[in-house]
Ligand binder design. Sequence first.
Ligand code: ADP
Ligand code: MG
Length: 352
Amino acid sequence: MHTIKGIAGWSDPAFYETALDALTANIAVLDGSGEVLAVNDAWVQFAELNDLRIEDYGVGANYLEFCDSLGTEEGATVAAGLRGLLSGAPGPFRFEYVMPLNASPIWAKMTAVRLGFLHKPYLVVAHEDVSIQRRAEIGLREATAKLLHAEDDERRRIARELHDSTAQHIAGAKLMLRRLASPDPAVASMVVGEVENLLSSALDEIRSFTYLIHPPALEHLGLAAAIRQFVSGFSRRANLAIRVEVADDFPRLSHAIEIALYRVAQEALGNVLRHSGSQQAVVGLRLAGDMVLLTVRDFGSGLPPGRENAPGVGLEGMRLRLEFLNGHLTLIDAEPGLMVEAWVPFIAAADA
Ligand SMILES: Nc1ncnc2c1ncn2[C@@H]1O[C@H](COP(=O)(O)OP(=O)(O)O)[C@@H](O)[C@H]1O
Ligand SMILES: [Mg+2]
């Protein structure tokens, strides 16, 4: 506490009662034996809200005995902490635990301090509900784990392709080269042609992987140009007609948003190729109010029934990336085909 001296009414009990009632933490005042002398309004409301049928909200009961009677490790820790305060340990005693309530468990943060008045010790025990923070932390941790897992899958996939396909092309080319030793010119020209084919395949694959791993255009040219560049290569490789609808003066966005939307576009187009059966697609990128909207639409089969609620790694990865940036993914049945909408709050590039 930090005060100027001599607040009028400081010694009036009404002063303390009002102050304790003004706090949002659930507060109990205990005497030296652990008996609950008083609880504040927040405590009473908490008990009523959660339908805790405790006689007189616990006033008159012994808090230490209550903790002992729980027979849990947490109860024992709290009782020991409070007894420690009473026997002179420096406070505050802090403890966080999960309170199993009927509705859903809450994360409670306890802070207890000792007061000494008239040579008698008292304890003030405050409980705060920190569930919102803890749930958010857990949600973030789970989302991060999922995203890391998805990235891991992607790396494994790339490694497998490099091993099974690209490396085979190069190994084949090496074998062919040995036959160049033959004096027959017909064999030599066949070998040259074959080696050229194998090396071009390997090169093509390495190019698509480097695009996949690190889109070089993204940092230099920005999202709009990088998407155009990716689409031009992809549509050629995949033999799809893809239209890109993006304004020439589309602004640079924060790096995190550009990466996320670029990945969404790649994954969504990959899905068009692999799953939709569509020969064409349209990629749109625009500002919509204070949001950025990326759309990828095809004219194929649409999601198989039931897919909306059970997304695979690709769709789940898109959703997670967007949610990290406070955005969201919407899948729309476009009849025919699928419309993937990626929404993110607009944030301009730091140096724009
Ligand atoms: N454009 C699309 N057209 C039709 N079905 C799609 C499309 N995109 C996704 N799907 C369906 O949704 C499923 C999940 O997609 P995704 O999460 O990217 O995983 P994956 O591509 O690895 O199967 C696909 O297996 C497919 O059945
Ligand atoms: Mg996919």
